[in-house]
Structures are given as structure tokens and as C-alpha cells.
Ligand binder design. Structure first.
Ligand code: SAH
Ligand code: SF4
Length: 365
């Protein structure tokens, strides 16, 4: 047994172990992915859950240094879908037996926005007779807002920590009250305590980020006991401050591979969580999402934002745009997933098994 195989066989990984696993190449990488795939099949089966992603507005009050739709980028054509358009997209997901949707937008904390989402959630619940699980990805909000939205029909919330290293987090955000690491941590804690299936995630391959930082990110997810995760490669955007540091970033293929390794290691560490195969993977490799399914992921988020708005939700360059719409709907997604040895779980809300058990344990106490 090689030293790599010995680490892979351990019941728990130390930070150093994770750093070593992240350096896997060739047959080591194959062994890592196949172990993760076997664990995924054993613990969460061969089902792939679908979440219809609705990017309903690119209007954002924040200024994260990496993001293409940050407030201060004047070159963005800002849009905001009407309730009718959002409901139509959700209806499409429901009719196509998706089981769940994700509502995502730039961050907005105004009373008008909070009330709008509240009403929208109620309408969406009515539309589906309560049979559509709704994930929100609307950034940092107050505890009261999180509670209100939960009571109005949201079930899950995705708020990436972006990087669990506070020093790195600082380098990625402006030094003001709106972009504090502690505030983000507080929001994550609020979400969990409010009762959401809580998801987080990080960007992989950021400037200034080390392998040790990434190992720390996985340990953070385990310690925080998250229910679901969406992590993807960092992809530069030319109209952002972080673009200045693009020379510090590894090649896209390397970031892609690193993301697959992060996915695989996390699956081994957290066997029953939901792991999304994210859109940014597809931006680098057209088969990216399928490759992540073979490395431990079990969720796919087809973009169901009405086509003409998609080109304006450019968080990063080369994001799959309008043209990809047909591809996901023509049944080719089904065929592509079948090639990975998995099947789509239609009409399945796709709750995180980890969350269900966490909740049961809570009520037993
Ligand atoms: N405003 C919300 C949701 C939209 S942004 C929020 O920030 O939570 C969703 C995610 O897009 C962010 O969490 C970030 O991880 C990712 N993102 C932004 N810019 C990116 C980039 N340049 N490369 C890769 N992912 C990026
Ligand atoms: Fe806004 Fe989210 Fe982009 Fe930050 S990452 S600028 S909060 S959309």
C-alpha cells in the first residue's frame, strides 16, 4: 500500500492528509474519484436531484472583488424579472418534474425586496401545492428576514463562505461593514438555527489561495456540519478588481481538476450531504458537470432563467449562456447523466439526507 492509499483508507482525514489528497495526480486521482463515487452510491444512491436555477435579478448592492455583477461595474445591463416571469419559470420546473428550484440574485436588503420575496414564496407554494422545494441564494439578511422567508415557504439556503480563511476573505472583499467575514459567519449560523437546510461553498483557485486554505475550507464544512454544498472554480472577470491578480491564478484546467478533487474529498468526509455539480465547472469543460457526478456530486442545477436575461448574469467570463438552454431540455441531459451511471430523480424534492438525520437527532434530544 502506498502512503497515498494509506491516507485514503483512513476513517478521518487530518488537515495534512487533505493537503496531500488535493495533490493527487494520475492513478492517485483515479483512486480518489472512484472511492468518492463508491461512497456516493453507497450512501446517497445513484439518483441525481434537479434544481431549476432562476437568476431573477443581477441588481446588487455589494462589491465583492471577484464578481462581474458587483454594484460598481457600470458595464452591466441590469435586469429584474417580474413576478410573472419568475412564476412562469418555476411552473416550467414543476411541469418538468424538477422537484425543486433555486432563486438567486444580487444582494438587496431593502424592505421592498424582503417583502417581495415573502409574497413570491407564498405564490410559489400555492402554484405547486407545496410540492416544490425552494432554495434561496440571496446573500446576507437579518435573522428576522430568514425566519419570515422560511415561514413563507423557503426550505433551503445557499450562502457560500467563499473562503473560510478570514485573511483571504478580506483580500476578496472591500474593507467595509457590508463585507465582513464575521457578518457572513453570523448569517450562516442564523440560517442553521432558523431551521434551513443550510448550504455553503467556496471558490477554488482564487488568487492568494493555498492548498492549505482549501484543506481548511473542507474542515470548516465538516465542523459547521453543513447539509449541502455548491463549490466551483474561480473564474476571472475582466471588469472586476481581482482581475489585476490574474497572473497569480493557475490554469483553468488545473482549477477544474482541483474542484473535482475538493468534491471527492468532501464526499468521503461528509457521506450524506447534497453536493452540487456547479455551473462554473461547465464553463471550463462542457462535460464538467458530468465529471463532478463521477467524483461524488449528486445534484445538478439546470439554468431555467428566461434565455434573454442570461447573458446579463455574468458572474464570471465564459459562463454558459443563452445557447445552452436547448441542450438541457431536449432530453440530452437525461442521456448525459445516464452515461455517468446515474438517473434523474424526477418529482423528488431531493432533501439532504444529512439534514433529515440532523433534524431527527435534534428532536430526539
Ligand atoms: N449574491 C448572492 C448570490 C449570487 S452570487 C451571494 O453572493 O451569495 C453566487 C456565487 O457566485 C457567489 O457566492 C460566488 O461564490 C460565485 N461567484 C461570483 N463571482 C465568481 C467568479 N468570478 N468565479 C466563480 N464564482 C463566482
Ligand atoms: Fe453581489 Fe453576490 Fe456578486 Fe457579491 S457575489 S457582488 S453579493 S452578486
Amino acid at each position: 500500500m502506498t502512503s497515498f492509499d494509506k491516507i485514503l483508507a483512513k476513517p478521518a482525514f487530518s488537515r495534512q492528509d487533505i493537503v496531500r489528497l488535493l495533490k493527487a495526480e494520475n492513478e492517485e486521482k483515479t483512486a480518489l474519484f472512484s472511492k468518492a463515487n463508491a461512497i456516493r452510491h453507497k450512501y446517497v444512491g445513484n439518483k441525481v436531484f434537479l434544481r431549476g436555477l432562476i437568476e431573477f435579478s443581477n441588481i446588487c448592492t455589494k462589491n465583492c472583488y471577484y464578481c462581474g455583477i458587483r454594484h460598481d461595474n457600470p458595464l452591466v445591463n441590469r435586469y429584474n424579472l417580474s413576478d410573472k416571469e419568475i412564476i412562469a419559470a418555476a411552473g416550467f420546473a414543476f411541469e418538468n418534474r424538477f422537484g425543486s428550484i433555486v432563486l438567486q440574485s444580487g444582494e438587496n436588503n431593502s424592505t421592498g425586496f424582503v417583502n417581495r420575496i415573502d409574497l413570491l414564496l407564498k405564490k410559489l407554494q400555492k402554484l405547486s401545492g407545496g410540492n416544490l422545494r425552494i432554495t434561496l441564494s440571496l446573500g446576507e439578511q437579518t435573522r428576522q428576514t430568514y425566519r419570515r422567508w422560511l415561514e413563507s415557504g423557503a426550505h433551503r439556503y445557499l450562502l457560500r463562505i467563499e473562503s473560510s480563511n478570514p485573511e483571504l476573505y478580506k483580500k476578496l472583499h472591500p474593507p467595509d461593514e457590508n463585507h465582513r467575514f464575521e457578518k457572513r459567519m453570523e448569517a450562516l449560523n442564523d440560517l442553521k438555527e432558523t431551521g434551513y437546510q443550510t448550504g455553503t461553498g467556496v471558490m477554488i483557485g482564487l488568487p492568494f489561495q493555498t492548498t492549505d486554505d482549501l484543506a481548511g475550507d473542507l474542515i470548516f464544512m465538516k465542523d459547521f456540519n453543513i447539509d449541502m454544498v455548491g463549490m466551483g472554480p474561480y473564474i476571472e472577470h475582466m471588469n472586476t478588481p481581482l482581475y489585476e491578480y490574474r497572473h497569480l491564478v493557475s490554469g483553468r484546467e488545473e482549477r477544474f481538476q482541483l474542484t473535482l478533487k475538493m468534491t471527492a474529498i468532501l464526499r468521503i468526509m461528509m457521506k450524506e450531504i447534497n453536493i452540487a455539480s456547479t455551473t462554473a465547472l461547465q464553463a471550463i469543460d462542457t462535460n464538467g458537470r458530468e465529471k463532478a457526478l463521477e467524483a461524488g456530486a449528486n445534484v445538478i442545477m439546470p439554468n431555467i432563467t428566461p434565455g434573454h436575461y442570461r447573458d446579463d448574469y455574468l458572474l464570471y467570463e465564459d459562463k454558459p449562456c443563452t445557447n445552452d438552454i436547448a441542450e438541457d431540455y431536449t432530453g440530452s441531459l437525461e442521456a448525459r447523466i445516464a452515461l455517468t451511471g446515474n438517473t434523474i430523480a424526477y418529482n423528488d424534492r431531493g432533501d439532504s439526507k444529512h439534514f433529515i438525520k440532523r433534524k431527527q437527532a435534534f428532536f430526539r434530544e
